[in-house]
Design a binder for this molecule. Structure first.
Ligand code: FAQ
Length: 323
């Protein structure tokens, strides 16, 4: 019989595209990378509820209000699946929340931009959910089982979100001149931050090499960004909107669109906490957490009471059986 080390067994599973499960041995760096990525992803879903939540009470029709409410609720669900997946790696939910609320943990840069008009709901659904899907579909095959399985459901829901955003943009762009201008303005403001969502360029991405080797990431940041540009530019043509990039050009040789230089100084500044809404987002999250304390207390008290009731019923039954 050949004896192989834990490391070799892990490497073999990765090479064979088998999932790593919570009770499997894994290298410490793999575990840490997953906790980092999954918790940041969870925080992004939760903070990501805020820019759209801002429009629930102002949606233009009852149908739009119901759809937006459902979408924001879905994002909360995504956060919860992701926190659960991260918990299987040995970090508690309280710890993750504490990291978010103290400003230590990152969440996606995109949610630090304001949602100024109704067209922003269209642009967020179309571009932000569109970028999220591009990034997350490959994560359905990520090497860590609980993360991959969570992503399957998340992606199904995100694709509805993307379509509802596109539909808002379609209606506005085919509407009055004022509505068309509103759609173009939202597109102008959300285009570049959406490209930043994919993370820094590969040459400046410290985590990509290991994550690709461990098959956590199936594509690099630049590869996904390029796919997103190629798909979205065609969608913009259907909408009759202009991509706000004077350097955008189809490159016959590469079979891809070339696009302009991303303002990475802006990205770094937003990630550092200095974006237009960073402070507001964090304060809103902390307030919601503090004001929700009574709900958590009530749920715990209810759970304790049920446990005590069950224990007393079991002991009564045991006594009856013994008699
Ligand atoms: N914002 O070495 P890399 C959504 C950080 S969900 C802020 O390339 P990695 C749904 C990165 O963490 C959107 N920070 O890192 C929705 C790292 O910092 P660290 C979220 C960023 O992990 C829609 C450093 O820069 N999606 O939208 C960003 O290999 C609508 C160096 O970067 C996910 O989280 C950024 N954009 O690749 C909800 C998907 N980019 O930790 C509501 C899963 C990078 O070393 C409404 N995550 N950083 O201090 C991933 O795929 C990866 O984590 C990447 C970054 C691709 C985001």
């Amino acid at each position: 019989m050949t004896v192989i080390s834990f490391q070799e067994h892990f490497d073999e599973k990765i090479d064979k595209d088998q999932t790593i499960e919570p009770k499997d041995w894994m290298p410490e760096d793999y575990r840490k990378t997953l906790i980092r990525q999954i918790s940041q992803h969870a925080h992004s879903e939760i903070v990501g509820m805020l820019p759209e939540g801002n429009w629930i009470s102002r949606a233009p029709t009852l149908r739009r209000k119901a759809v937006l409410l459902a979408k924001v609720q879905d994002e909360a669900g995504h956060g919860l699946y992701l926190y659960s997946a991260a918990e299987t790696l040995g970090i508690s939910r309280d710890e993750m929340y504490a990291q978010l609320h103290s400003g230590k943990a990152k969440y996606s840069s995109i949610f630090n931009y304001p949602t100024i008009t109704w067209a922003d709901m269209g642009a967020v659904g179309w571009l932000v959910d569109g970028a999220a899907i591009m990034n997350q579909v490959p994560l359905c095959r990520t090497s860590y089982g609980p993360y991959a399985r969570a992503m399957v459901r998340v992606c199904k829901e995100e694709s509805f979100h993307q379509r509802q955003g596109f539909e808002i943009m379609l209606n506005l762009s085919k509407g009055t001149e004022v509505q068309r201008k509103m759609a173009q303005d939202a597109f102008n403001r959300w285009w570049w931050p959406s490209l930043m969502m994919f993370g820094p360029p590969d040459a400046e991405s410290p985590n990509t090499e290991n994550s690709v080797r461990w098959r956590i990431k199936r594509f690099t940041n630049d590869e996904l960004r390029q796919k997103f540009v190629d798909v979205t530019v065609e969608q913009a043509k259907i909408l009759g909107l202009t991509v706000p990039d004077k350097d955008l050009k189809w490159n016959e040789e590469r079979g891809h669109y070339d696009f302009g230089v991303i303002d990475w100084a802006e990205f770094k500044n937003v990630v550092k906490g200095n974006g237009p809404c960073n402070r507001q987002r964090l304060e809103t999250r902390k307030k919601a957490w503090e004001e929700g304390q009574w709900v958590r207390d009530a749920a715990m008290a209810h759970a304790e009471k049920r446990k005590a009731r069950k224990a007393s019923a079991a002991s009564t039954l045991a006594e009856a059986n013994a008699a």
